[in-house]
Design a protein around this ligand. Structure first.
Ligand code: 6R9
Length: 692
């Protein structure tokens, strides 16, 4: 038997009896970590009593079982789903150690199932056909809609039948470029139903980015909508798709069919260009298809979806998730991290274009038979009280969002929150980046009236679901800590040499062994999969994040340790922004670093050298920012362009980003050793140019 890691053993207990409900430090002295570490926020005894996991002891018992007997632990959970044929022979098999051969991970292999069947048909057969599956709230208050589980299945089947009709079959890719309409989860589920592999592209990505993804995965069909309203803006999505399709055709990847959902918006009809033969209006064809569609049964290890994400180098990588393990893992993490009850109304503010929307808007909640709210609009439109208006309107009980939104709303003042009741709220959630303790406290005290535990869920596109997360009710929280590992997950913190650190420590966060939801490959590039994630520390999955473990065993994520920055919870590689800048004819060289930003978490700070003879003007600055917007998307636009007549480089020509980070954050007395620079004088020159 494997002993439990010390950090799990040392977890603080819950108070016995009806004692304290929560203890907040009387004076909040900045965000000093020492204070945070000692600040335990307890769930109320009532909350714990009714929770799925009520105490550290209960968690520890389940966790121990999940580590000592993963096969037994996960097969019992998996048995709650429908399998046409049970897996065999093993529950899982894995090699994540590159020294022992190629990395290969399989869960429930040989098991035959379908995730759409398990999310919809299974719940309907259990008597939940009339339960609301999706609520939809549009951009404008008052625009709304809903679908029961039975109605959702009908719509999914119609689209699935249409896709089959146009020749989409098992294993084919379908690109989905839709805003947050109910049609987005419908399209994902329709693909899953027929065994097609969806690749959702966030509808905030530019034509260039969309084209890049189309070229990589060569879809049979692109599903999109004409437009979306976000706040006061109407965005012509079809025009972006048209450009992307032209660009991919130029690269030899012609897509024959583009299915366009007409989203009710203020956009005029004539603003949507139509390519006859290629473009088909959803509303004209899909409703004509039958509302019953047989399920395509697939192997647990058949691909479910691709989702492109940014890495530290090169182009975005297609993270590949398969069916069975992902299904079991997203459903189980959702259930425990939000302490899910069948009466809950759940709202996750993430867009389905990101992994959070895949695992925790669509699959995890629907697999549990939950009622899910889908919101098309912007969270501060028409005013910063919109979220709480929506919470009251639908009696939302579980509210899951990102620290960047918490910080943005916090700045608008408590009034916008307190004018709404929010009595329905039970559990809050946070994802995307570390949540700073002051934002945590505001979320807890003001939004949650000091009674709703916060699940600060740490995970990644690659991990499929939560890896380190509170289980509300089971243990006290600390503001800003993701706390402890989920069942079956063994986090380890290593030093540069890959030695596992024990006790209070900080270093690189890795995971030992696989878990059901881990991605299986990078699409078309298994070698990059191994190099990026399994080679840096042989024998482990490397997350790319730094982490500290405190005296009580709590985990504190400290951000990326690679050249990836996290802007408003969106991951973006500095290399991607640099190549977008360098693409501009006036740009000779660019180096991008992340800097602290009060709302976005990190802001994008770009050092740019122009080609000889071009003047450093405001106009050039604007056109550089525009270049990034059009090549990647608005969310990647630099916050600051810093003119750089020269960049600090080593003699071998490597840009010293360490120095750039210090200059960007104005920590000029911490520049460190600059003697190894080829031309140390560029540093002073750069400092001089700071506000030019
Ligand atoms: C789910 C998601 C992953 C990166 C990850 C880390 C950061 C996400 C976090 C968090 C601290 C949390 N991150 N959740 N950092 N605490 N609760 O965001 O996936 O877009 O792939 O980003 O986001 O740095 O490595 P993804």
């Amino acid at each position: 038997s494997v002993g439990l890691p010390r950090h799990v053993e040392s977890m603080p207990r819950l108070p016995s009896g009806n004692g304290r409900i929560s203890r907040l430090s009387a004076v909040v002295l900045g965000e000093a970590l020492a204070a945070e570490e000692n600040d335990l926020i307890f769930p109320s005894p009532e909350f714990s009593r009714d929770a799925l996991v009520s105490s550290p002891e209960q968690y520890r018992k389940m966790y121990k079982r999940s580590i000592e007997d993963p096969a037994g632990f996960w097969s019992e959970i998996a048995a709650q789903f429908y399998w046409k044929k049970r897996w065999s022979p093993d529950v899982y098999s894995e090699n994540i150690d590159v020294r022992k051969g190629p990395v290969k991970i399989e869960w429930f292999k040989g098991g035959i199932t379908n995730i759409c069947y398990n999310a919809l048909d299974r719940n309907i057969e259990a008597g939940n056909g009339d339960k609301v599956a999706l609520y939809w709230e549009g951009n404008e208050p008052g625009q709304d809609g809903q679908l029961t589980y039975a109605q959702l299945l009908d719509q999914v089947c119609q689209l699935a039948n249409y896709l089959k009709h146009v020749g989409v079959s098992k294993g084919d890719a379908v690109v989905i470029y839709l805003p947050m309409l109910m049609e987005l989860p419908i399209a994902m589920l329709a693909c899953a139903r027929i065994g097609a592999v969806h690749s959702v592209v966030f509808a905030g990505f530019s034509a260039e980015s969309l084209a890049q993804r189309i070229i990589d995965c060569k879809p049979k069909v692109v599903v999109c909508s004409n437009a979306v309203s976000r706040g006061a803006k109407v965005i012509n999505l079809k025009a972006i798709v048209d450009n992307a399709l032209a660009e991919s055709a130029n690269n030899g990847i012609a897509v024959d069919l583009c299915l366009v959902y007409e989203n009710q918006s203020t956009m005029k009809k004539e603003d949507t260009k139509w390519q006859d033969g290629r473009d088909i209006l959803w509303q004209e064809v899909v409703p004509q298809f039958p509302t019953k569609c047989p399920v395509e049964w697939v192997d647990a290890e058949d691909p479910l979806f691709l989702l492109y994400t940014s890495g530290s180098t090169g182009k975005p990588k297609g993270v590949l998730h398969t069916t069975g393990g992902y299904m079991v893992y997203t459903a189980t993490t959702f259930k425990y991290a939000f302490d899910y009850k069948p009466s809950d109304v759940y709202w996750c503010t993430a867009d389905c274009g990101w992994i959070t929307g895949h695992s925790y808007v669509t699959y995890g909640p629907l697999l549990n038979g939950a009622t899910v709210l889908v919101f098309e609009g912007a969270p501060s439109y028409p005013d910063p009280g919109r979220c709480w208006d929506i919470v009251d309107k639908y009696k939302v009980t579980l509210f899951y969002t990102a620290p960047t939104l918490v910080r943005a709303l916090m700045r608008e003042g408590d009034e916008y929150v307190t004018r709404y009741s929010r009595k329905s709220l039970r559990v809050l959630g946070s994802v995307g980046e570390p949540i700073n303790p002051s934002a945590w406290r505001w979320f807890y005290n003001v939004v949650g009236d000091s009674r709703c535990p916060i699940s600060d869920t740490w995970w990644q596109t690659e991990t499929g679901g939560f890896l380190i997360t509170p289980i509300p009710g089971a243990w006290p929280q600390k503001p800003g800590s993701a706390t402890f590992p989920f069942f079956g997950v063994q986090p380890v913190i290593v030093d540069e040499k890959g030695n596992e650190l024990e006790g209070e420590c900080s270093g690189y966060l890795c995971i030992k062994n696989s878990w059901p939801g881990i991605f299986r490959s990078l699409y078309g590039d298994h070698e990059r999969y191994e190099t990026t994630y399994f080679k840096p520390f042989a024998g482990y999955y490397f997350s790319g994040d730094g982490c500290r473990r405190d005296k009580d065993g709590y985990h504190w994520l400290t951000g990326r340790v690679d050249d990836v920055i996290n802007v408003s919870g969106h991951r973006i590689g500095t290399a991607e922004i640099e190549s977008a800048l360098v693409y501009h004819p006036h740009c000779a060289e660019a180096a991008v670093v992340g800097v602290d930003h009060p709302v976005k978490g990190q802001g994008i700070y770009a050092f740019v050298t122009l080609v000889d003879g071009v003047d450093y003007t405001d106009e050039v600055r604007k056109s550089l920012i525009l270049a990034v917007r059009t090549q990647i998307g608005a969310f990647a636009a630099p916050d600051k362009i810093h003119w750089a007549p020269g960049l600090p480089k080593t003699r071998s020509g490597k840009i010293m980003r360490r120095i750039l980070r210090k200059i960007a954050s104005k920590q000029l007395d911490e520049l460190g050793d600059i003697s190894t620079l080829a031309e140390p004088s560029v540093v002073n020159q750069l400092i001089e140019f700071t506000d030019r």
